[in-house]
Write a new protein. Structure first.
Length: 341
């Protein structure tokens, strides 16, 4: 029986995983033990030939060394090289991870192997009683070796029918991007995820009732009520999808840009001169010019010069004007020489 759990990464991101419980882990362990016993049987056949030559001490020493290498080295080597999986875990779809969600390393696998050999499975001939009791008491099915190494066994493969639908409805994408999801509790988000993964297994009225209750709890936590006309499952799916998108954005490494070459110091330039304001050019208005009227020219004719020895030219007599006679009041004397009348 498996249940969903949550892991908090070093970046404070909560990962929803499915922890493997006693049933699946026990079956994987049985497959691994069967392979170990097979290899151990083959090793004993080889060591029996060494004891046949009479060197029993050497044969016993080699047997103990071979036993430790098979029972401890087998899980340590496989979990280190395959990032937390042995042949039995590969067959059952299980994987060992750290409690922060990261892959295990050699030191984690070594602690698990040593604790499994000396405490969990083969201690005092109890044949796994300690591991069974510890796994039943642990909420995530962890044994003593997991607690000492800080690891957890999870389901690496999950059935497709149990995969929750946390896709973003296109109609709610912009609305969800404006939400404040920092106040959404992790346990409530895990409950919503479990509800979405089992919606198809519930009766329609039960699924609607449970979804409505979860939607009201989420709305009270984030302060965003369910939009009118939006079903509960779509509202919950939009909230979880937006929360997952923001968590994945935090895990993306920052973009590294190539370093810019260092340039020589540039000379300081003077302050820019402000542009002069454009001046308005006033053009002179054309004035009408008065063309002077041509004055009549007086033609002066040259006076002929008298030639020596030639008679002087005749000139027109200049009339002599006589002053008008003075009149008097006395009658003029009669002309005696006037002819008789």
């Amino acid at each position: 029986m498996e249940q969903e759990s949550e892991l908090v990464t070093g970046e404070a991101v909560v990962l929803d995983v499915r922890a493997a419980k006693l049933a699946s882990r026990g079956l994987a362990m049985m497959l691994d033990v069967a392979l170990q016993l097979l290899v151990l049987f083959m090793a004993m056949l080889v060591l029996s030939q060494v004891a046949a030559f009479g060197d029993e001490a050497l044969a016993l020493t080699l047997f103990l060394v071979t036993l430790v290498l098979i029972m401890v080295g087998y899980p340590v080597i496989f979990e280190t090289l395959s990032r937390g999986r042995t042949l039995g875990k590969i067959a059952l779809g299980l994987r060992v991870v750290r409690t922060d969600g990261g892959p295990v390393r050699f030191r984690h696998a070594l602690v698990r192997g040593l604790a499994g050999f000396f405490i969990d499975f083969w201690a005092l001939g109890l044949l796994g009683v300690v591991a069974v009791v510890t796994s039943l008491l642990s909420p995530n099915g962890r044994r003593v070796g997991d607690y000492l190494a800080g690891t957890l066994v999870i389901r690496d493969r999950m059935p497709a029918s149990r995969t929750p639908y946390v896709g973003m409805p296109p109609q709610l994408a912009y609305w969800a991007s404006q939400l404040d999801l920092t106040r959404l509790p992790n346990d409530l988000a895990l409950t919503v995820r479990q509800y979405l993964s089992r919606t198809s297994e519930l009766r329609p009225e039960a699924a609607e009732s449970l979804g409505y209750g979860l939607a009201q709890q989420v709305a009270a936590a984030i302060g965003a009520p369910v939009p009118p006309g939006v079903p509960s499952w779509a509202y919950l799916s939009a909230v979880l999808a937006e929360r997952r998108r923001r968590d994945q954005a935090k895990l993306q490494p920052p973009v590294q840009y190539p370093a810019q070459p260092e340039y020589a110091a540039q000379p300081e330039y003077a302050a820019p001169v402000p542009y002069a304001q454009p001046t308005q050019v006033q053009y002179a208005q054309p004035q009408a010019t008065q063309v002077p009227q041509p004055q009549p020219t007086q033609v002066q004719y040259a006076q002929p010069q008298p030639q020596p020895g030639a008679a002087a030219p005749m000139t027109a007599p200049v009339p002599v004007t006589q002053p008008p006679p003075e009149t008097s009041a006395e009658p003029a004397p009669e002309n005696p020489f006037a002819p008789p009348g």
